[in-house]
Design a protein around this ligand. Structure first.
Ligand code: GRF
Length: 206
């Protein structure tokens, strides 16, 4: 904690890692929010399971430590892959983990270890449209309202208690791409809000 924070009676900022697999626009939104020193979380590590994740470059450019843990190296050994992730998180003294477009399923061993400190963003109003291709499926189902959810991660995929949801309207003539863009805009707002709530201890896993 710096002297100013001590004088202000502030709590130290939580040390956060973001796990990505690709573009990293949600990661970038979290990094942007955390540039404000009054934000209760500090993004200290970005980890990718894919060497070609564009978000790695964005994170490095922002001066954040990056780690590549390529799942391919571990073959089918999910345990070894997750132990490598866990070791990197421990080495950086991480307190909260944010999944942001991280495209690997995590085992109960890892999820339970991080219970209440592991967040994910999903591009749908959970429990509707768990899994992939949410925008295509929302359009096919003819829903009038779609959106995004930030939730705590539980062992079952896309389950776990909701922290924040945001709705967007489905417009006539929407394509998966136009709907995805509308949802992404709200994702970038609610993920920093949700991380703030968790870092401040104002919300916990049920
Ligand atoms: C987002 O739509 C997120 O909700 C989903 O994967 C996408 C990742 O996008 N889990 P980005 O890498 O954050 O740009």
């Amino acid at each position: 904690m710096n002297a100013q924070a001590i004088l202000a009676g502030n709590h130290p900022r939580k040390r956060v890692a973001i796990l990505i697999s690709g573009r990293g626009s949600n990661m970038a939104a979290l990094i942007e929010a955390a540039k404000d020193e009054s934000y209760p979380a500090d993004i200290v590590l970005v980890m990718s399971n894919r060497p070609d994740a564009a978000g790695l470059l964005t994170a490095s450019a922002a001066g954040i430590a990056t780690v590549l843990i390529d799942h391919m190296v571990f073959g089918r050994d999910r345990g070894a892959f997750e132990r490598a992730i866990q070791a990197a998180l421990e080495a950086h003294r991480i307190e909260i983990v944010c999944l942001a477009g991280f495209m690997r399923l995590l085992t109960p061993w890892f999820v339970n270890r991080w219970s209440g400190r592991l967040l994910n963003i999903h591009p749908a109003l959970l429990p509707a449209f768990k899994g992939l291709h949410t925008h295509e499926r929302a359009l096919a189902a003819g829903v009038k309202t779609h959106g995004a959810t930030v939730h705590f991660v539980a062992p079952e995929m896309d389950s776990g208690s909701t922290i924040i949801q945001a709705q967007v309207p489905v417009m006539p003539g929407d394509l998966p791409e136009t709907l995805a863009a509308r949802v992404l805009e709200v994702e970038h707002k609610i993920y920093p809000q949700a991380l703030r709530l968790v870092a401040e201890g104002r919300v916990g896993a049920a």
